[in-house]
Design a protein around this ligand. Structure first.
Ligand SMILES: *[C@@H]1O[C@H](CO)[C@@H](O)[C@H](O)[C@H]1NC(C)=O
Ligand SMILES: *[C@@H]1O[C@H](CO)[C@@H](O)[C@H](O)[C@H]1NC(C)=O
Ligand SMILES: *[C@@H]1O[C@H](CO)[C@@H](O)[C@H](O)[C@H]1NC(C)=O
Ligand SMILES: *[C@@H]1O[C@H](CO)[C@@H](O)[C@H](O)[C@H]1NC(C)=O
Ligand SMILES: *[C@@H]1O[C@H](CO)[C@@H](O)[C@H](O)[C@H]1NC(C)=O
Ligand SMILES: *[C@@H]1O[C@H](CO)[C@@H](O)[C@H](O)[C@H]1NC(C)=O
Length: 434
């Protein structure tokens, strides 16, 4: 019996993980609907562009895109050599590494806002509202070794943002950070002086008196892909155009502060590549790490030729860890993040959700862009926060089976983060570096 159970576990776990990832991606659409007017039909624009472009390839990728055939990626366009090496900047090594530290319980200064006070809160992240009984996850302060993080001050942050556009670009984790930023800042603005403009791929929060915007652009794979519609996208067959960021980058030009992320969408198996010069719909299938590297390098080229660090600040937020297997931090257990109430104590903990090969690849690319891109390295600090995920305390849009209900751990969200919570600190780091 025990033998059998053991051998089935990983399979069951993988099935749940996939189920879970699907619900997450499915839920992207619901979030949009919260802020969407009925008369807006985001897909019409894409359809129109699509028709116009029929004669002038390359076709724009959308969720209907298909590969006529697929061959294995042969690395024929190894872009390594095309990446311009930036001048080695003076190593302005921070005296203190703010990413290395520990979590300290502090219920005097934290949380920085109340969940129910934030009008922009997402039902996927409002854990208290959805029944989470323990609230300690809201009370942790990040304490770097050897120095202090600047205290969060909304007025000061608004002063830094005055007259500027701040844009988060990425997936649902980055959207969580964007929502966290809105919640951290919105209370300083009277109700009639702020507004939010929903627009399928780009959502814009405006603060009149500061003439500032805080925006979120859905671009889970950074380059153009068939998943670029935040409302309707597919996960089963991801097709990317590895040599084009243009669809998203057209919005980046006039932004003053850009905050990128990309990771989890690359962790779902092979990705299909459809190059811009391919006219017969022949895709190449690449390992996800390879595909991500191609996308990151294309992004890096855009940064190289378009970012003047005196005019534009660019940040890259490293991978957000997941806590799917409690046995990784507590041997002998078979759960996930469900019921975890406190952060981990053991320093240097690194779970299987944070892929080291990805980190090395991304690190290499970012290192070449040092003079133009600042890294917000959230991975290690967030690894400690097995207690920070919604688990079962979020809105689920589809009904759960009796079997699932009998076993809460089986449908836990151990990927996203409750708010107020861990992403607030990512924003505190952003504040620190601005
Ligand atoms: C903070 O935590 C301490 C220790 O757990 C507790 O005694 C105190 O009542 C808490 N204060 C607030 C404001 O929640
Ligand atoms: C949150 O709400 C509590 C009680 O409703 C209040 O005492 C506290 O000041 C609020 N915190 C913030 C940051 O607004
Ligand atoms: C925040 O910054 C403003 C402006 O610098 C200052 O007047 C205010 O006292 C600060 N607030 C806190 C809580 O430190
Ligand atoms: C508001 O900010 C934009 C840049 O984001 C700038 O072009 C414009 O001149 C500003 N308007 C005012 C009234 O300051
Ligand atoms: C797929 O092949 C058909 C028939 O050869 C062709 O008409 C079509 O344009 C191809 N699709 C793409 C995306 O190139
Ligand atoms: C982020 O920090 C980890 C250690 O916590 C390090 O291994 C990794 O290289 C860093 N990543 C980047 C991109 O700087």
């Amino acid at each position: 019996m025990i033998q059998k159970k053991k051998s089935q576990l990983p399979v069951i776990a993988i099935v749940f993980f996939l189920f879970f990832v699907c619900t997450i991606f499915y839920n992207e659409r619901r979030f949009q609907q919260i802020h969407q007017n009925e008369n807006q039909k985001p897909n019409d624009d894409i359809a129109a562009t699509h028709n116009k472009q029929l004669q002038s390839p390359p076709e724009i990728l959308d969720r209907f895109s298909v590969c006529n055939s697929t061959i294995k990626y042969n690395g024929k366009l190894d872009l390594n050599t095309r990446l311009v090496q930036s001048d080695e900047q003076e190593d302005t090594n921070d005296v203190c590494d703010v990413f290395s530290g520990r979590w300290v319980f502090d219920n005097v200064s934290f949380p920085l806002y109340n969940e129910s006070d934030c009008p922009y809160m997402s039902d996927q992240l409002a854990c208290h509202k959805h029944g989470r009984p323990d609230l300690m996850y809201q009370n942790w302060r990040w304490q770097p070794h050897g120095c202090d993080l600047e205290r969060w001050n909304a007025t000061e942050m608004w002063n830094k943002l005055r007259g500027k556009r701040l844009m988060f670009v990425g997936d649902s984790l980055n959207r969580g950070q964007w929502i966290s930023m809105l919640c951290l800042l919105e209370s300083a603005i009277p109700a009639d002086k702020k507004s939010i403009t929903p627009n399928a791929p780009l959502t814009i929060f405006r603060a009149e008196e500061y003439n500032a915007t805080i925006e979120f652009q859905w671009a889970p794979l950074i380059v153009e892909s068939n998943s670029d519609d935040p409302v309707n996208h597919r996960l089963d067959e991801r097709i990317i155009r590895p040599d084009s960021v243009l669809r998203h980058a057209s919005e980046w030009d006039h932004v003053d502060i850009l905050v990128f992320n990309s990771y989890l969408w690359w962790r779902q198996g092979p990705v299909k590549l459809l190059w811009s010069n391919e006219r017969n719909g022949v895709c190449e299938e690449a390992e996800s790490l390879n595909a991500m590297e191609l996308a990151m390098k294309e992004w890096a080229r855009w940064i190289e030729s378009n970012v003047d660090p005196l005019k534009k600040k660019v940040f890259f937020v490293t991978m957000s860890p997941t806590h799917l297997w409690s046995r990784e931090w507590e041997a002998g257990t078979e759960g996930n993040c469900y019921n975890e109430k406190v952060p981990m104590k053991d320093e240097g903990y690194w779970g299987s959700g944070s892929d080291l090969a990805t980190m090395r690849m991304v690190g290499g690319i970012l290192n070449k862009l040092k003079s133009k891109v600042s890294v917000i390295n959230i991975t290690q600090m967030s690894e400690y926060r097995k207690d920070g995920h919604p688990s079962i305390y979020r809105k689920f849009w589809e009904s759960r089976t009796a079997e699932q209900l009998a076993n809460p751990a089986s449908y836990s969200d151990c990927i996203h983060w409750c708010l107020p919570g861990v992403p607030n600190v990512w924003n505190q780091l952003l504040f620190h570096f601005l």
